[in-house]
Design a protein around this ligand. Structure first.
Ligand code: SAH
Length: 268
């Protein structure tokens, strides 16, 4: 009899274990499989914690995974930058048909031969600037507006310049829709910076020239920082952190090899 009770107890334990396994499997699956992924209206008690945190954002789990693997895992240390990378909805900045890929750690096409930068590079360049809340920041190369949004989460004022009018307009719409009212998009050749809003605490250039544009150096405050890829079209460029030491001099630090689309000079 005792033997029988023990046996049935084991069976109950086994059944409970199976049932638990099963429920985990079926609820965890949609979070990683793009095919079956659908927004969850009312999270059930068995769902993983990430889904409970943001039931309305179907991309929350993938964004968190991107931050864990591609941002923290690749060496970004700044806690505030990490937090912001986990907040900005990158899927809102890519073409609709590519939204499923928005949290992969690589660049994606955004039309007009241009790309939205790889999330890790966005984080790396942002971290290098060491921003403070009150800073005024200029971005050259708005593209989708994603990098501008990341900056906008960190500082009070962002100006961003884009040479392709259609991209400037689209980025402006996306940023407005998401409530980034303190980010202003300009359609212009960013080689010349944005004289009327200078000087800047920081400048970020997300298209590659073959030399450092002097107008940008001139528009940095003394002590201000610029992060910029410099090098040949179609090859690797060097990512430089440029600090304006005084009126005449800059200090430069090599942050490594990168590949960016070229900084073009003809306004279209
Ligand atoms: N920061 C962007 C990605 C930039 S891709 C994002 O987060 O999505 C580089 C962008 O720089 C492209 O949109 C390209 O059109 C723009 N660009 C190239 N040359 C430029 C110039 N001279 N002035 C302003 N923008 C330029």
């Amino acid at each position: 009899m005792r033997m029988l009770t023990a046996l049935s107890l084991c069976l109950v334990v086994l059944l409970v274990a199976c049932a638990t396994d099963d429920s985990q499997g079926s609820t965890a699956e949609p979070l990683v499989s793009p095919d079956t992924f659908t927004p969850t209206a009312e999270p059930k008690a068995t769902e993983p914690p990430i889904a409970l945190k943001s039931p309305q954002d179907p991309f929350a789990a993938r964004r968190e995974a991107m931050v864990d693997e591609g941002i923290v895992g690749w060496g970004i240390k700044d806690e505030v930058v990490i937090e912001v990378m986990g907040k900005v909805p990158r899927h809102e900045f890519v073409p609709e048909q590519l939204q499923e890929l928005a949290y992969e750690n690589h660049p994606l096409p955004i039309g007009y031969g241009q790309t939205i930068s790889q999330p890790y590079i966005v984080a790396l360049m942002t971290e290098a600037l060491g921003l403070n809340k009150g800073d005024i920041v200029l971005e050259v190369g708005t593209g989708s507006g994603y990098q501008a949004a990341v900056l906008g989460e960190l500082v009070d004022r962002v100006y961003t310049v884009e040479i392709i009018e259609a991209l400037a307009e689209r980025a402006d719409e996306t940023l407005s829709k998401l409530g980034y009212d303190h980010i202003t998009v300009h359609h212009a050749d960013g080689y010349f910076g944005l004289e009327e809003q200078a000087p800047f605490d920081a400048i970020i250039v997300t298209a590659a020239p073959d030399h450092i544009p002097q107008p940008l150096v001139q528009q940095l405050k003394i002590g201000g920082k610029m992060v910029i890829p410099v090098g040949p079209v179609g090859g690797f460029q060097t990512l430089w952190l440029v600090t304006r030491a005084n009126e005449e001099d800059v200090r430069t630090e090599n942050l490594g090899a990168v590949t960016f689309v070229p900084l073009t000079r003809e306004e279209r």
